[in-house]
Design a protein around this ligand. Structure first.
Ligand code: GLN
Length: 541
């Protein structure tokens, strides 16, 4: 059996299609079904790896080294599954393959066209991924909104798929916006009506409408949408604003979405169990203690750039009964001592991944501050590399640097990975995906993970230069995690510091609600400790 739930967006982008798709998946899982998900990105890039994070937010990395749109992260977090790069289909991949086949002569003299050649390939990719995944239900999210030129071949392919499969095997969900006009305070349904019309023009009649609005949809709005959009009233679902995105599956289920899908897809009733998810969400929401984390980066105006980090912090806060407040600190603004003093009030300092020279000195200054002032510090990828630079400088290697920032530095403590030296193409060529890391017993890292072998996801071209390892170690820096062959430094820590840890890998990608990434859990615990001391200090003073 394979059932498909196809999500197509309308009205405007940015309504949270990814989170909504992931939530539908969670609901179906709670009904006892095995679920997988595919994200279609209608851009011409082969993957998101070459896209500036200003444009689309974070690049999510899968175990198999896929560099994918951030929605893949929502799927993994909500469904608690590990997906692969095959679960992401882009226009670039499809056209690339069609053109390759044409050159090979596979089309035997035919004129190669969008219909049927491109649409056939899209359908076969979707079916292949679905059948290989061992799932019973496959969610397909078509990126963009109905009416976009770019999305058309994909929407058309989904129409064809629904025609070829049995009617009870394919359901279409349409996500729209119901704005409220300030003047009259009324929920306006016209944009939804227009959007559905556009979908109908593409030959698709939506089964379920999920309507985003600031507040719950009024009965009146539901009735109107049902009437004008040819969808039963109970299939008009309200997805109003909520503070915690992990609550969305609960909200949609209360709105009846689970029952509707079971009915529409003719699924057998296997009972319902959403209580574990509910208790995770409730623990997150009930916390009253607050910790404040300073995130020092360069893309601070685009919080989506670090989406998985934000989520990992939330997961860790949730299980530690606190909430986390993240302040974005522009690394370029950290030049003078008084700038750095702003960091004093935080319970933890986090320097995330990044690329290039801009803001790097500010990040290094923040790391130095965390080290000297005993503030819990977590460095990730670029943050790990800059922690090495900072330590090297303070250990006497003046103007040590990464060759990514200063190719002529006298002390290149961070340098290109040897295999990267020959690489000329940008796309998909970093050290990517899951790699095994060996952890030294007796280290902080070992206490955090509780085992000697772990697997974490990577995305980098530079590494600690092996020539400097001995010197740095002698000065007190501990590399407590290394690659299996012992050549690559993966985790660093500073014995004696309250909490100073950095990883060459990205632990944030494997964090899940209720099961935070161990590194984040430990960082949040350290921050919580500092927050408690600050309160005590205040009471005593
Ligand atoms: N720019 C660094 C490298 O390529 C770090 C990358 C990252 O933070 N993801 O190695």
């Amino acid at each position: 059996m394979m059932k498909y739930v196809i999500m197509i967006g309308g009205v405007i982008s940015g309504l949270g299609k990814g989170i909504t798709t992931a939530s539908i998946g969670r609901i179906l899982q709670s009904r006892g079904y095995r679920v997988t998900a595919i994200k279609i990105d209608p851009y011409l890039n082969c993957d998101a790896g070459t896209i500036n994070p200003f444009e689309h937010g974070e690049i999510f990395v899968t175990d198999d080294g896929g560099e994918i749109d951030l929605d893949m992260g929502h799927y993994e977090r909500f469904l608690d599954v590990n997906l692969t790069k095959k679960h992401n289909i882009t226009t670039g991949q499809i056209y690339g393959e069609v053109i390759r086949r044409e050159r090979k002569g596979d089309y035997l003299g035919q004129t190669v066209q969008i219909i049927p050649h491109v649409t056939d390939l899209i359908k076969s990719r979707v079916r292949q991924v679905a059948s290989e995944s061992n799932a019973e239900i496959c969610l397909v999210e078509v990126g963009g909104t109905v009416g976009d030129i770019e999305s058309m071949p994909f929407i058309e392919a989904m129409r064809q798929l629904s025609l070829e499969e049995k009617r009870e095997d394919v359901a279409f969900v349409h996500l729209t916006l119901v704005p409220i006009l300030d003047v009259v305070g009324e929920q306006k349904t016209k944009p939804t009506q227009h959007s559905v019309k556009q979908l109908l023009a593409a030959g698709i009649s939506p089964d379920i409408l999920i309507c985003r609005s600031r507040i719950p949809l009024s009965e009146n709005a539901k009735r109107k949408i049902s009437l004008f959009c040819n969808v039963p009233e109970r299939a008009v679902i309200s997805a109003h604003d909520i503070e915690n995105v992990y609550r969305l599956p609960l909200l949609l289920d209360e709105e009846g979405l689970g029952d509707l899908l079971i009915e529409r897809l003719c699924l057998e009733d296997r009972g319902k169990n959403i209580s574990r998810w509910k208790s995770i969400v409730e623990q997150m929401d009930q916390a009253t203690k607050i910790i404040r984390i300073a995130m020092v980066g360069k893309y601070i105006r685009f919080p989506d750039t670090y989406l998985s980090i934000n989520e990992a912090l939330k997961h860790a806060a949730g299980v530690n009964d606190c909430k986390v407040e993240i302040d974005w600190i522009d690394a370029e603004g950290l030049r003078m001592d008084e700038d750095l003093d702003r960091l004093r009030g935080y319970d933890g300092i986090l320097v995330p991944g990044g690329f290039g020279q801009r803001g790097s000195e500010g990040k290094i200054a923040a790391i130095k501050y965390a080290r000297e002032q005993s503030i819990p510090f977590l460095g990730l990828c670029f943050g790990f590399q800059l922690a090495v630079v900072e330590f090297a400088r303070s250990a006497g290697l003046k103007s040590a640097n990464s060759t990514e920032i200063d190719p002529r530095t006298p002390y290149p403590v961070i340098d290109l990975l040897p295999e990267q030296k020959k690489v000329s193409e940008m796309g998909g060529t970093m050290r990517l995906g899951a790699q095994e890391v060996r952890i030294a017993k007796g280290s902080l890292a070992f206490r955090i993970y509780g085992k000697e072998r772990i697997s974490e996801r990577h995305r980098h071209r530079y590494e600690v230069n092996p020539r400097y390892i001995e010197r740095l170690t002698k000065k007190g820096l501990r590399f407590s995690g290394k690659s299996v062959d012992g050549r690559r430094m993966e985790i660093l820590e500073l014995p004696g510091h309250k909490f100073f840890l950095a990883t060459q890998f990205h632990p944030e990608f494997k964090s899940r609600p209720g099961k935070p990434a161990p590194v984040f859990d430990a960082f949040v615990k350290a921050a919580l400790e500092r927050a408690k001391l600050a309160v005590k200090g205040k009471t005593a003073g």
